[in-house]
Ligand binder design. Structure first.
Ligand code: S3P
Length: 434
């Protein structure tokens, strides 16, 4: 589906209830599916990625009921009650599902094979397979056990815990090893070189798991049971809210209220950077829900200026680089982003996609090996109307839509990939257009 977005001439206004967090939704259905009871999960993200995880858990024995109000009820099969799937598990476009499930299934006494879409076939899985093999797992895949399709062969004996210093600050890798660690003999310690998101740790605690957390290191021992909480509320996804934060900042005469946004500190790098750029962001009504902090966020138009940031903050805003690049195009002065090499192995090579497609609006972005330099065009830039590729990447498609709405319009090819994380994105854009 191609999508045409017109310029938002008069600004954006209104309230947006931010859909459920993708990372938390994946984890909620996985841990509930391994629990000893039924968990009522509200605000679950009913988008393609999380539905792939739900289907995968059903193939392993969990029971899932989808309710009309968007909530789901997950009845677990118990931590040791999963059964051999009688088919290939399809992770679709989801790196999170695949990496976490490889960790969860590596210790099981049955065979599992995974597939996924064309983009997932290109994404590196060696980073989870190497440490899991060190724990005693037997995992094979294409290209020297690095790429899909991947098969987990029942391990000869129980996995054993290891201490693992992750080469990249990756929540997916950390979570994969913690899930495997629940079944291993002895303790598994994962040391993170950065501050990757901690949703797995928070949720494991909510299921009664005893974790030892010491700075950037997490230790888990064998777990006998996951105690099902009756309900679990998924916070709104700050990575989805980010599109409206930037849109309202750069489109003149805008004032939007983003409701129910998860503001876990491992995810709020976008707020820190936008504020440093001069954005007008107010956070209200901050409180805890389901072990995660949430808040409402008001964003009004402002004049932005360029900033420089790098590796340190990257895990806290890794998915927001494309939309930050949009903000930077509307800023005064240059923005330099470094330490972002991980973007080359996301749903697409996002550094290349941003540089190639955004330059069609104004030739103002230089691509670095590990980042971008964006030469800001100021508050009211002259941008061309462009026809752009989404690269089937949801975050590229949404960033292009905001760029078109703030500039002189855009036509996006294969725009419907927004269904991966934000199926109502285009409706919301129309609803808040003044
Ligand atoms: C995610 C972690 C991040 C992020 C991805 C979701 C997660 O990936 O980019 O969209 O749910 O754990 P890495 O941990 O691999 O950086």
């Amino acid at each position: 589906m191609n999508k045409v977005i017109e310029r938002a001439e008069r600004g954006l206004e209104g309230e947006v209830l931010i859909p459920g967090d993708k990372s938390v939704s994946h984890r909620s259905v996985m841990l509930s599916g391994l629990s000893n009871g039924t968990v009522h999960i509200t605000h679950f993200l009913r988008a393609e990625d999380c539905l792939s995880t739900a289907r995968g858990m059903e193939m392993l024995g969990a029971k899932i009921k989808h309710n009309d109000d968007g909530s789901i009820d997950v009845t677990g099969c118990g931590i040791h009650g999963m059964m051999e799937p009688c088919g290939i598990i399809d992770a679709g476009d989801s790196g999170t599902m695949l990496r976490l499930m490889i960790g969860m299934l590596a210790p099981q006494p049955f065979l599992t094979t995974f597939t996924g879409d064309a983009a997932l076939y290109r994404r590196p899985m060696g980073r989870v397979i190497v440490p899991l093999t060190e724990m005693g797992a037997q995992i094979v895949g294409r290209d020297g056990n690095r790429l899909l399709p991947i098969t987990i062969i029942p391990a000869k004996k129980k996995l054993h815990g290891i201490t693992y210093k992750m080469p990249v600050a990756s929540a997916q890798l950390k979570s994969s090893l913690l899930l495997a660690g629940m079944y291993a003999e002895g303790e598994t310690t994962v040391i993170d070189p950065g501050m990757s998101r901690d949703h797995t740790e928070r949720m494991m605690k909510a299921f009664g798991v005893n974790l030892k957390i010491d700075g950037n290191s997490v230790t888990i021992g064998a777990v006998d049971e996951l105690k099902a909480p009756e309900t679990m509320a998924v916070p709104g996804d700050i990575s989805s809210a980010a599109f409206w934060m930037v849109a309202a900042s750069i489109i003149e005469n805008s004032d939007v209220l983003l409701k129910n946004v998860g503001v876990n500190v491992t995810r709020t790098g976008i707020i820190d950077i936008l504020r440093e750029m001069g954005a007008d962001i107010t956070i209200f009504d901050k409180h805890e829900s389901g072990g995660e902090p949430i808040a409402d966020i008001r964003v009004r138009s402002s004049r932005l200026h360029g900033v420089s940031f790098g590796k340190e903050i990257m895990p806290r805003l890794i998915d927001e680089i494309p939309i930050i690049a949009v903000a930077a195009m509307f800023a005064d002065g240059d923005t330099t982003i470094t330490g972002a090499g991980e973007l080359r192995v996301k749903e697409t090579d996002r550094l290349h996609a941003v540089a190639t497609e955004f330059n069609k609006f104004a030739d103002c972005i230089d691509e670095l090996d590990d980042g971008l330099v964006i030469h800001g065009q100021g508050k009211s830039p002259r941008l061309s109307h462009a026809t752009c590729k989404s690269y089937d990447d949801h975050r590229i498609s949404m960033s292009l839509a905001i760029l078109g709405a703030a500039g002189d319009g855009v036509e996006i090819e294969h725009a419907d990939c927004v269904n991966i994380s934000y199926p109502t994105f285009f409706d919301t854009l129309e609803n808040i257009r003044k």
